[in-house]
Design a protein around this ligand. Structure first.
Ligand SMILES: Nc1ncnc2c1ncn2[C@@H]1O[C@H](COP(=O)(O)OP(=O)(O)O)[C@@H](O)[C@H]1O
Ligand SMILES: [Mg+2]
Length: 218
């Protein structure tokens, strides 16, 4: 099992207590793609951050790749096993596309595998932009770079938060297909949050998040 989340809950005090996640359980195997849909403010980003060990739940259990997440191993599990794709790309704008792909390895002080990074850029159709500064890329190109960056470390789990949310429809479709295909080809687990019905339809399982609960869609 790549991901096992049991009875997660999360509230914020802002200043009144708001329960964002009431009781959320989710399991995912290698090769599955899961779409989580839901209205703005229902807690999709919060859930994705908890699954990605970026935020702590108030209660519940989470394991990644069979290892239970604790306050001590979250960062390491995240570095080794999880890749993130964000709605707003989160590239370093003054660095080149290639440098952005290699940034997670650089930060983790791992050896830089330039050949692998270039192969990933080729796979997402961005090889001819390898040496462009990220700020010169279009939205679709930035998201392709972000997908290559998320894959560079060969993570078991890919988490994507509204990955097509800032893109026009045609580009969104293209990026959605690249994301799904790149995960499927490697037998990775993909969990994405989206408003995009076309993208959700490409996933192997779909849920809505509402009132702090996940409901499976048939
Ligand atoms: N750090 C925080 N402190 C207080 N409230 C927060 C915090 N993060 C998110 N929230 C609130 O939790 C709710 C869910 O937010 P979010 O997970 O971003 O929803 P979504 O991604 O579905 O739009 C929102 O009402 C938001 O204002
Ligand atoms: Mg969100």
């Amino acid at each position: 099992m790549i991901l096992q989340a049991k009875n997660l809950s999360k509230s914020f005090k802002s200043p009144e207590k708001v329960t964002v996640l009431a009781d959320v359980s989710l399991e995912a195997e290698a090769g599955e793609s899961i779409a989580i849909c839901g209205r703005s403010g229902e807690g999709k980003t919060t859930l994705l951050h908890i699954l990605g060990t970026l935020e702590k739940p108030d209660s519940g259990e989470l394991s990644i790749g069979g290892t239970s997440v604790t306050p001590f191993n979250g960062a390491e599990l995240r570095r080794k096993k999880i890749g993130f794709v964000f709605q707003s790309y989160n590239l370093l704008e003054d660095f080149t596309t290639l440098e952005n792909i290699l940034m997670p390895a650089r930060i983790a002080r791992r050896p830089l595998d330039q050949k692998r990074a270039l192969a990933l850029l080729d796979e997402v159709g961005l090889l001819d932009r390898a040496h462009f500064q990220a700020k010169l890329l279009s939205g679709g190109e930035k998201q392709r770079a972000a997908i290559a960056r998320a894959l560079c470390n060969d993570p078991d789990l890919l988490l994507a938060d509204e990955p097509t949310g800032n893109l026009d429809r045609a580009t969104a479709r293209q990026i959605g297909e690249i994301l799904i295909a790149s995960a499927k080809k490697r037998n990775k687990t993909l969990i994405l949050v989206t408003h995009d019905q076309e993208l959700a339809a490409l996933c192997t399982r779909r849920y809505t998040l509402a009132g702090g609960l996940l409901n499976k869609l048939l």
